[in-house]
Design a protein around this ligand. Structure first.
Ligand code: SAH
Ligand code: SF4
Ligand code: F3S
Length: 453
């Protein structure tokens, strides 16, 4: 039985795409290898959003290829955003690379790799230092949103990602995603509902996360129905599916985030009390340079409105520090916004210039030392707020969807609350996949600990 090793970098969309590719290989009789040395096909799903992510993936593949355990017949492939963005250039970086596949051609990964593997296994010539086959497919597939197929939820898990749209038309000035993922396109609602139903009925899934780069722009070409957007109507339809307990979505954008979506928090109880709501900056001047078409006041107003609709809502965010031209004053505005919103957590990124994006050409690029200093300072503030918000939950009871063994202590179970906080169950052993009340007894910056009752 041939084996596949698949390593994934990047966002949830990549995780979902990897699940689909893995499902294809399993259906074709492959097993999943836990290390590249035991694999006949080695694939890396890549991210281009920051330079570091690209260097990590290239380094990983280089190391795998150089490792003595690698077999002569092994097929090496790179897929995902870096493939889409760099195409054949990747063969120059990695001469032994066989396959490069773009973000709209995941359905082609198995056929390309499998036929290459069969060819190599049937050929008696052993050429250990051979060059790769250098097959590259990155053309956009027309209506690729309709090619999204059912996939395995990760390792029989009770939670699954469901792609509802692809691509992005926002063109924020710093971001490479529109060029790696193509134009915005929404998947037909009936396909999404069929997939969610099947995940619930066949795989026992209790929680779905609806995915899109700007998920609330789903079906934006469709007219409003009784004041409700296509996205809100999709949430309502998913909410109807019996057996499904929790609905999440990521990432929403302040643009197109209207009153109907705020109101959804009042009448859709399955909608979890957590929103990941990227702010990027607290300075209107920087937001404008970023081509983020909202003002800080509008962002704050939305946070307040959502908390009014759902008082226990946890808000997390993405923030970029050191965007070109960001002054100390701009940075302090971001800092103030963090204090004002009181985020439950925030991912802070140092601005990374990306090829082909306008911000990379802007004057007044910020030096690394300054970016690091702002990153460090903001991280401290974010951690302080997150710790205080978690500490306030000690003594409360949270409903936990039990996901499996804790990563730090395999003897304990771990799950997440509706607020998406990781909760380690210190006593009591509920069934994996069930939702149980847990009395919170202890907290740290990012994790809560408690007893199942
Ligand atoms: N579509 C989502 C974001 C996807 S990328 C949205 O617009 O909300 C995830 C995060 O990476 C972004 O929110 C941003 O904070 C960060 N990011 C994107 N490009 C970046 C760059 N060039 N340098 C640093 N961080 C970046
Ligand atoms: Fe990138 Fe902006 Fe699109 Fe998000 S909305 S993926 S940050 S271009
Ligand atoms: Fe990265 Fe591509 Fe996602 S660039 S963040 S893997 S869409």
């Amino acid at each position: 039985m041939p084996a596949l090793y698949l390593k994934t970098y990047g966002c949830q969309m990549n995780e979902r795409d990897s699940e689909q590719v893995a499902a294809d290989f399993l259906a074709a009789g492959y097993s999943l290898a836990s290390s590249p040395e035991q694999a006949d096909v080695v694939l890396i799903n890549t991210c281009s959003v920051r330079e570091k992510a690209e260097l990590k993936a290239l380094g990983k593949m280089g190391m795998i290829m150089a490792s003595s355990g690698a077999q002569f017949h092994t097929v090496y492939g790179i897929m995902g955003c870096m493939s889409q963005s760099l195409g054949r250039e990747l063969f120059r970086e990695l001469p032994r690379l066989d396959v490069v596949i773009g973000t709209q051609r995941y359905h082609r990964v198995l056929p390309l790799c499998d036929s290459l593997l069969k060819e190599r296994l049937s050929s008696p010539i052993v050429k250990p230092m051979r060059r790769g086959a250098q097959l590259c497919e990155t053309d956009p597939a027309p209506r690729s949103q309709d090619l999204i197929r059912d996939h395995l939820p990760p390792h029989g898990s009770c939670s699954a990602f469901v792609s509802i749209m692809q691509g992005c038309d926002m063109h924020c000035s710093y971001c490479i995603v529109p060029s790696t993922r193509g134009e915005e396109r929404s998947r037909p609602m009936k396909d999404i509902l069929t997939e969610v139903r099947s995940l619930v009925e066949q795989n026992g899934v209790k929680e779905v996360t609806l995915l899109g780069q700007i998920v609330n722009r789903y079906g934006r070409e469709e007219p409003l129905v009784e004041g409700r957007s296509a996205f809100v109507r999709l949430l309502e339809a998913v909410h109807e599916i019996s057996g499904l307990e929790r609905i999440r979505f990521t990432s929403p954008h302040p643009i197109g985030f209207r009153e109907d979506l705020v109101r959804a928090y009042t009448y859709l109880p399955k909608l979890c009390s957590h929103i990941h709501f990227p702010m990027q900056s607290g300075s209107d001047r920087i937001l404008r340079l970023m081509r983020r078409p909202y003002k800080q006041a509008k962002y704050l107003e939305l946070c307040h409105a959502m908390r009014a609709a759902r008082p226990d809502l946890a808000i997390t965010t993405d923030i970029i520090v050191g965007f070109p031209g960001e002054t100390e004053e701009d940075y302090l505005l971001t800092r103030n916004a963090v204090e004002e919103v009181q985020f439950d957590n925030a991912f802070i990124f140092q601005y990374s210039p990306r090829r082909g994006t306008p911000a990379a050409e802007m004057p007044n690029q910020i030096c690394l030392r300054e970016k690091e200093a702002r990153n460090h300072d903001l991280l401290e503030l974010v951690n302080r707020i997150a710790t205080a918000r978690n500490a306030a939950l000690v003594g409360s009871t949270q409903l936990v969807l039990v996901e499996g063994p804790s990563k730090t202590n395999p003897d304990r179970l771990q799950g997440r609350s509706p607020q998406n906080k990781p909760i380690v169950i210190t006593s009591g052993s509920p069934i994996v996949g069930s939702i149980v009340p847990v009395r919170i007894e202890e907290s740290t910056g990012f994790t809560l600990y408690g007893t199942a009752i």
